[in-house]
Design a protein around this ligand. Sequence first.
Ligand code: NIG
Ligand code: FE
Length: 405
Amino acid sequence: MRILENISELLTLESALNKDGRHLLPEDLSILNNASVVFDNDNILWVGHTSQLPEQYSVITDRIDCSDLVVTPELVDSHTHIVFGGNRANEYKMRLDGADYQAIANAGGGILYTMNETNKASEQELFDLAVERINRIASYGIGTIEIKSGYSLTYDGELRESLIIDRLKKHFYPRVQIFNTFLAAHAVPKSFKSSSEYLRQVVIPLLKDLAPKNIIDAVDIFHESGYFDEKDTRELFDVAKSLNLAIKIHADEFNDNGGATIASNYQALSADHLLCTGDKGITDLANSSTVATVLPGTGFFLGKPQANAKKMLAAGCKLSIASDYNPGSCHFDNVLFVASLSAPMYPLNSAQLWTGITLNAAHALGLTDQGAIIAGKKPRFSFFNVKNVSEITYNWGRNFAVQKL
Ligand code: NIG
Ligand code: FE
């Protein structure tokens, strides 16, 4: 057993958890001052004021002084595309100079450009690039990271990407916990006549072959005009359900395509992007278990209008915030910074902000055993070298994270 003791400020999110991460008020942060947390390898055993530590724990010798630290539930980035080759810096400049994301994609840029760069790289090169990116993300205090495949778009290439993510998972656990999402349905290579042909010839056969290996944690699809339509999406989700795999979706990024409604019909773990989701999609999400994941970095990066988080929160959606770190639509990897930056814009209160990058983000990955610091949850924490939690979000872009375990 170990103890974190004299914690300057401990954010437990106990009340946010009791409210299922919805309709949150600032007090739902459930902050304790001068707190202690007792835990073993698997579980948190006790949480409370240091002065009230039960006698039975006073004999523990492994004590970590946190009197100068803030401790929060572990930060989670629930949406990234970290495994890729090359970069698309030129596209960012082209957009500044007037071009549009989809127009760039149609002219040979976009996901298919990254596909070529990724397929040119060796497995070891892709692994090493990803290790460097994950180490940088972990240095911000982010301990759980979702990674999607989807930049190879062939049977063998997508298999290779899913296996690289699995290798990363084994390499980093337990310091960083990686969640492996299958996104072979990310774009349609030019050699296929239709999205349906690619889906049936590559995506679904590979998914069926990979499922028994138990390395895939969820299945995702880019549901958008010019990529995969509703029929493709339902076909893939039916297969995923039959294989007992969880579902996630890139929904309503450039148009209101009804993606949020499909997500709630299928009890998806999360519907992500939601820039164009209308009233029906918002109501459907609010009445479902599906987490509404907003990716403000992508709106900033592409210069697009942002998701209507205000309406989502008022309707009772369970909101999370993720980075969408990828080479094209958001080349930015710090979800804590982007949440701090976007909170006044949406707007989010402090409990919505912190829950969005911890508890609700964990639930967007189906990880209901973490995200709050209460007895029985997994001992996954983030540590910051400040006395008050408000200093973290106030000091935009400064990194206060420290590794204590
Ligand atoms: O989440 N929208 C689809 N996929 C990524 C973009 C990927 C890319 O442009 O390379 C996204 O925004
Ligand atoms: Fe994405």
